[in-house]
Ligand binder design. Structure first.
Ligand code: A3P
Length: 376
């Protein structure tokens, strides 16, 4: 009897341990991908150091790896490492300090001598939404610019992690040198009630980018994403209307429908920010003519127009513009498999009914932004 109870206790303990490991892994996926990115940057820095014939070997006894590249021994040092590899506790006084601890690596000293001292800053510009409108494409395209550095993952500070404080947020930003812009994108900020006030409190001069797309297509894209995670999901039409078909009322309590009422959310942002601090990017044009749309973004951010048509090519298999190269990959590549999914067929009557539903809200949105996006 006692033996049986012992076995049960061991089984429960093992189960709890596995859950804890899973939760830890999930929450740190962002951190892990950040580390991975840093490692890639480290390798890039090493290659640059070689091509510039900078001999950095044997300068410091730090336990950093030495590798042979093109016949030279090179000590790999991070180009923009601030000496930390994970979250660190910041003292209360460090919140307003714009610099972070620096290490003694020669590359760092070299940058400092040039007056270039990488440090982490709160974002100057945010992509606040809208989910499934092309927010990832916008971030990947704008960060091709050498003066833009962005957090790779969605940080969710202004919605989920606000209680952790600005020092926590700043620590999630990439190190930048003078003249570079820090960016972050979390699409759920657009619909988070408290986000406009919180962003304003961080910095009333924050520039805000909003990508929008026809709300009907956006709703279908949102649904397609949800269905990819939950195979037995009901049909779109059953979820979008209260009685399960286009004959009924549009169900505005369903997220994919509700988010498309852009005017309602924009009004909240306009209570805290002047229109001139927001840039509206057309999700449709971002696909049809990414260079033109990124041109507007660079102007808005006060950047030289460096990203242009030469950075893109149209991949006819994927049906989307893709990148010839990026900060992380020097070969042509498209956004991941989760971007540009095939949408399911939606009943024509349902599409018409949704279009009719959104029309007045779209008109209001055009009125507020001063832009006619031309959605049907
Ligand atoms: P679909 O996957 O439904 O086509 P977000 O990044 O905000 O989640 O938006 C995803 C949407 O970005 C995709 O929705 C796709 O239509 C759009 N998109 C815009 N430019 C893209 C590109 N170059 N590659 C892939 N998807 C792109």
């Amino acid at each position: 009897m006692q033996h049986k109870q012992l076995n049960r206790t061991i089984a429960i303990a093992t189960g709890l341990l596995m859950c804890a490991v899973y939760v830890l892994y999930t929450f740190h996926a962002c951190l892990l991908s950040g580390i991975n990115r840093s490692l890639k940057q480290t390798a890039t820095a090493a290659t640059m150091a070689t091509s510039a014939a900078v001999t950095v070997a044997a300068v410091s006894p730090a336990p950093l790896p030495h590798v042979r590249i093109l016949g030279s021994i090179v000590r790999i040092v991070p180009l923009v490492d601030d000496g930390t590899t994970g979250p660190k506790l910041l003292s209360p006084g460090s919140l307003n300090s714009t610099t972070t601890t620096t290490d003694a690596s020669p590359k760092y000293r070299f940058l400092r001598q040039q007056g270039l001292r990488p440090s982490r800053h709160l974002p100057d510009a945010l992509i606040i939404g809208v989910k499934k409108s092309g927010t990832r494409a916008l971030l990947e395209f704008v960060r091709l610019h050498p003066d833009v550095r962005a957090a790779g993952c969605e940080v969710h500070f202004f919605d989920r992690h606000y209680a952790k404080g600005l020092a926590w947020y700043r620590h999630h930003m990439p190190p930048t040198i003078e003249g570079q812009i820090t960016m972050e994108k979390t699409p759920s900020y657009f619909i988070t009630r408290e986000a406009p006030r919180r962003v304003r409190h961080m910095n009333p001069a924050t520039r805000l980018l909003v990508v929008v797309r026809d709300p009907v297509t956006r709703a279908i894209s949102d649904y397609t994403q949800a269905r990819s995670k939950k195979r037995d999901m009901k049909r779109f039409e059953e979820l979008a209307f209260t009685n399960g078909s286009a004959g009924g009322a549009v169900d505005t309590s369903w997220g994919p429908v509700r988010i498309g009422v852009y005017a309602k959310y924009l009004e909240r942002w306009l209570d805290h920010f002047p229109l001139s601090q927001l840039l509206f990017v057309s999700g449709e044009r971002l696909i049809a003519d990414p260079a033109a749309e990124i041109g507007r973004v660079q102007d808005f951010l006060g950047l030289k127009r460096v990203v242009n048509e030469k950075h893109f090519y149209f991949n006819s298999t994927k049906g989307f513009p893709c990148l010839l190269k990026s900060e992380e990959r020097s070969s042509p590549h498209c956004l991941g498999k989760t971007k540009g999914r095939n949408h399911p067929h939606i009943d024509g009557a349902a599409l018409d009914r949704l279009r009719e539903f959104y029309r007045p809200f779209n008109q209001r949105f055009y009125h507020l932004t001063g832009i006619n996006f031309g959605w049907p």
